[in-house]
Write a new protein. Structure first.
Length: 271
């Protein structure tokens, strides 16, 4: 890695939204580098392969310094090095994974972690039938050994892949053992002390968001819309049946409530 360093805000932090997009840029840059690209001609070209608007991309990169040469563009290798350094990927991070079920097995065998700066250093579980099993060359250890495992491998990142009922207890154990960054796959909200970072991956929520968009598309395709003169037509505009005010009325008819509750519902649904 080079000695390039990011330029951060006066409070010492990059904006959270920028941090969340940096891995997207890094993935796209890695793909460009693997395809032999040495430069990207413009922010518009880089934005096109990342799916982020060019203005937003330029603003994000401005937090890291001044880049781009007129007539040449962005140096791919330099950006990869700088973003990797900003994300702390100029080292290999040992990770402890707690919960060796189907998802745990899949994550333990995912080769993409190693190529991006992460190493599954320990697997832990509470099931006596699972403890001792060898998965991807690692023997599963009992979760009671978590403090020793964290100290032994200098682990600061934990991954939770247990059922939701056990997730909070596992999070507490990770925090007590000194882990300060947690990736949670359990569909629940974790309560952690200040200074502990938690990222949540909930596949069901992502599918529900996609379901929303699919539902809107299906309804728009079969229901005529009305223009300002009251003429019905199919033009891709949101059907009146799906306008928030009409959804609200339908919901209140289906689930009768007191007037006070209805007032609350109007605010929530969009009256």
């Amino acid at each position: 890695m080079s000695d390039l360093q990011p330029t951060v805000r006066p409070d010492g932090r990059l904006p959270d939204a920028t941090v969340a997009r940096l891995p997207v840029y890094l993935r796209a840059l890695h793909t460009l580098a693997e395809n032999g690209a040495e430069t990207v001609s413009s922010s518009e070209e880089l934005a096109a392969v990342t799916g982020v608007g060019s203005a937003k991309l330029r603003k994000d990169l401005s937090h890291l310094g001044s880049f781009g040469t007129r007539g040449v563009g962005y140096d791919v290798r330099m950006l990869v090095e700088l973003i990797s350094t900003t994300l702390g990927l100029n080292r290999s991070w040992p990770v402890a994974l707690v919960g060796v079920g189907n998802l745990g097995h899949a994550l333990a065998g995912y080769a993409g972690f190693a190529s991006r700066g992460f190493r599954i250093a320990a697997l832990l579980d509470a099931d006596p039938a699972t403890v001792g099993e060898v998965v991807e060359g690692l023997a599963v250890r009992h979760v009671d050994e978590l403090p020793e495992v964290v100290a032994e491998h200098n682990i600061s990142i934990g991954v939770i892949t247990v059922p939701p009922a056990a997730a909070q207890q596992v999070a507490d154990r990770l925090v007590d053992a000194g882990v300060r960054s947690i990736l949670n796959f359990a569909p629940c909200v974790l309560q952690v002390p200040e200074g502990v970072e938690v990222r949540k991956v909930d596949l069901a929520i992502e599918l529900q968001i996609l379901s929303f968009h699919e539902h809107r598309r299906l309804e728009a395709a079969k229901a005529p819309t009305e223009n300002e003169n009251g003429d019905a037509k199919k033009n891709g505009v949101l059907p009146s049946s799906l306008k928030p005010s009409n959804l609200k009325r339908r919901a209140l008819r289906r689930f009768p409530a007191s007037r006070a509750d209805a007032d609350i519902n109007e605010e929530v649904i969009g009256g």
